[in-house]
Ligand binder design. Structure first.
Ligand SMILES: Cc1cc2nc3c(=O)[nH]c(=O)nc-3n(C[C@H](O)[C@H](O)[C@H](O)COP(=O)(O)OP(=O)(O)OC[C@H]3O[C@@H](n4cnc5c(N)ncnc54)[C@H](O)[C@@H]3O)c2cc1C
Length: 481
């Protein structure tokens, strides 16, 4: 979703309005597994200085319940707005006593709504949004900080935490699932900068990763709503690049043959990019956009890629090197909720991984209003051996991450949009794509355990057994004890 601002501006309103038909819908979410759903058993918990409880009908309930994706509507029985770690512990104990499944919400940007539930408790961490300096290279941050909170704090001090692009994403969910972005090839994933976590486990006990290295390992790619509620994260910062230069390569009214040729060229040349560079290939109906950013000095290797991409594109534009503080803002994206589905569409090593299905994928994207297919570069320091050893993010050998997106304006357009979306996902899966990024989940993935976590799933289950044996903290794709 790194280019969603760019895309939202390009996806003309008219195009949405032209969207065809379809059946009336409304997402009827089923209660979580194991939840009895007897609302009458609920007796309001006393609020105090650490936590305030809200229920349906309270003025704040609606605001605290909603996430970034307007497609997903869930109604918890109780929302615990926590002010500190002690408040989270009280909320978890209350949920355990009352047999309420717990969903954890930091920034509310989960693409499948795993940070909310029906009939359970949502622990809302939006007030845990403070940032403190440990020393000039390290910070501690509450999971409720948004990416823009972090950038606003550290960039003026010429430091950076390599995060994603969109301003409103919570540092909690982003880091616990991995976290890739424009500077990932230079500094690693967001989780690679994490060195300590405080967590309230599924029994309401406060844990710290200094006492359990496995817990830190699990929180680097496998910690989203699985074993406990992370209430504080410590990060090592990197020296911020002074500036960022970006290039855009566009082609209009393309057909499948042209898209395939440009995509193939993009795969051919991007391995030559230095680690300071990031690139994304984006197909939005019949328009191709390629973004290339460089956080380091221009050199011959970068120029070679620019020349190759210019040669296959209709239009090339370059922005002057912008100070990093303003350059990142260009990719901040929209803050207000949208109707959309966005999910991982596979991690790849090369064009050959998708060669046999890509014609059909491109045909469908070109023919489907609101649909976007995007491939992003990984690689560089994401493949650093030390980072790999210390984290459970299992996909470092893959140098590309692709995502499928579809946007619509009216709820009635949802059914058709989701059908087409699923059609494309099945093209990839039937073509043998088996690896997916946990931070872009798809509720339709059947073998998600292996897709998200690979061989690390069993080790993650051991952590689940240790910290949340009763499976209090859960969502539709959480680690099973
Ligand atoms: C507009 C947009 C742009 C995005 N851009 C990028 C990008 O550039 N790079 C990238 O890597 N990803 C990106 N993502 C994906 C993003 O990383 C995930 O959606 C992430 O999980 C969101 O975190 P959150 O805290 O905002 O979400 P939430 O919905 O609050 O949480 C997401 C998941 O993490 C769990 N969780 C959250 N906080 C905690 C906690 N404190 N303790 C335990 N579990 C917790 C939740 O239970 C849920 O499963 C983007 C998503 C959107 C919607």
């Amino acid at each position: 979703m790194i280019l969603d601002l760019m895309m939202q501006n390009q996806l003309k309103r008219k195009e949405f309005l032209k969207l065809a038909l379809l059946a009336n819908l409304g997402l009827i979410a089923k209660p979580l597994e194991g939840f009895s759903g007897h609302f009458s058993t609920y007796s309001p918990a006393p609020s105090n200085d650490n936590v305030t409880f809200f229920k349906k009908g309270d003025a704040e309930y609606e605001l605290l319940r909603k996430g970034f994706n307007k497609r997903i509507e869930k109604f918890p029985q109780i929302i615990a707005l926590c002010k500190n770690t002690a408040g989270v512990a009280e909320a978890v104990k209350y949920a355990a006593q009352n047999n309420l499944p717990v969903a954890v919400k930091s920034g509310g940007h989960c693409m499948e709504g795993f940070s909310c539930n029906d009939g359970g408790m949502v622990i809302n961490l939006s007030l845990l949004n403070k940032i403190g300096w440990i020393d000039s290279n390290n910070i501690k941050a509450g999971p409720g900080c948004t990416l823009s909170n972090i950038y606003d704090e550290v960039l003026p001090k010429k430091k950076i935490l390599p995060g994603g692009s969109c301003a409103g994403v919570g540092i909690g969910g982003l880091t616990l699932g991995g976290g890739y972005g424009l500077l990932g090839r230079k500094f690693g994933l967001t989780c690679d900068s994490l060195y300590e976590v405080t967590m309230v486990d599924g029994q309401g006990n406060i844990q710290n990763s200094v006492n359990d290295k496995d817990l830190l390992w699990a929180c680097k790619g496998g910690g989203n709503g699985n074993f406990g509620v992370i209430t504080e994260m410590k990060f090592r910062l990197s020296k911020a690049p002074a500036s960022l230069t970006s290039y855009r390569f566009k082609s209009y009214k393309v057909d499948t043959k042209k898209v395939k040729a440009v995509l193939q060229k993009w795969f051919e040349v991007t391995p030559g990019l230095p680690t300071g560079c990031f690139s994304a290939f984006v197909l939005n109906r019949s328009t191709i956009y390629i973004l290339l950013t460089n956080a380091d000095k221009h050199n011959a290797e970068v120029q070679k890629v620019i020349d190759a991409l210019s040669a296959v594109s209709e239009k090339t534009t370059k922005t002057k090197p912008q100070p990093i503080t303003t350059a990142l803002k260009v990719f901040y994206g929209r803050r207000e909720p949208l109707y959309f589905k966005n999910a991982s569409a596979g991690l790849y090593k090369q064009f050959a991984d998708i060669e046999t299905c890509i014609d059909k994928v491109i045909d469908t994207v070109i023919a489907t209003p609101g649909m976007i297919y995007q491939v992003n570069t990984l690689g560089g320091n994401i493949q650093n051996a030390a980072f790999e050893k210390e984290s459970c993010f299992p996909h470092r050998a893959y140098t590309y991450f692709s995502e499928l997106q579809t946007y619509w304006e009216q709820p009635k357009q949802e059914v058709r949009s989701l059908e087409k979306f699923q059609e494309v996902q099945m093209m990839f899966i039937n073509n043998g794509i088996k690896t997916q990024y946990r931070n872009y989940p798809d509720i339709k993935f059947t073998n998600w355990q292996e897709m998200y976590y690979g061989a690390n799933y069993t080790r993650l289950q051991q952590l689940k057994n240790k910290y949340d044996p009763a499976n209090l903290i859960r969502h539709d794709q959480s680690i099973k004890a």
